[in-house]
Design a protein around this ligand. Structure first.
Ligand SMILES: [Ca+2]
Ligand SMILES: [Ca+2]
Ligand SMILES: [Ca+2]
Length: 166
């Protein structure tokens, strides 16, 4: 019977498929990553009450090992020192918030024109510090900085600081 080897092969392939889709298979790696967060020079020359714009460049990547795409929430949070604001907000505020859908190994670049922040101090204090923090949330389902879906959270968050100079 020439049919038998074909049937045997079909059974083998079905069994292989069941194995791959069973819990025996290695769990997928889920990894959203910040691969670049470029900042302007850390010194921020300011005068009382004047807006100072600075541009940032952010590059993220889906480094998961599974082929189905992931939603990745990208949030940028700024913290202004006393007497100062970022984009008009005092204290800590979210200044950028979006969700990107990325396939395996795909990058997304947020250009400086998308990530321009406006710094202002009514009273400029030499040495005052602004902080700008990026957080990624794999699956876009968790509160800020509380992502619980990523196998490598070390590359999901990064903070840059800018120091005010008079
Ligand atoms: Ca990650
Ligand atoms: Ca999440
Ligand atoms: Ca979650």
């Amino acid at each position: 019977m020439k049919l038998l080897p074909g049937i045997a092969l079909a059974i083998f392939l079905i069994a292989l498929g069941l194995f791959i889709h069973s819990d025996v298979a290695v769990a997928a790696v889920h990894d959203a990553a910040i691969v670049q967060f470029s900042t302007p020079p850390a010194a921020l020359m300011m005068t009382n009450g004047a807006d100072t714009d600075r541009q940032f460049l952010l590059r993220i990547q889906n480094q998961s090992d599974h082929t189905d795409p992931d939603n990745i929430r990208v949030r940028v949070q700024a913290t202004a020192p006393a007497n100062c604001t970022v984009n008009g907000n005092a204290g800590t505020s979210i200044v950028f918030d979006t969700v990107e859908t990325l396939g395996r190994n795909m990058f997304k670049i947020f250009t400086p024109s998308e990530l321009t922040l406006t710094f202002n101090c009514s009273v400029v204090t030499d040495g005052a510090v602004f902080a700008v923090k990026v957080d990624l949330d794999h699956d876009a389902d968790d509160p800020l900085q509380l992502d619980d879906d990523d196998n490598d959270p070390t590359n999901n968050s990064i903070t840059r600081t800018l120091v005010v100079r008079v």
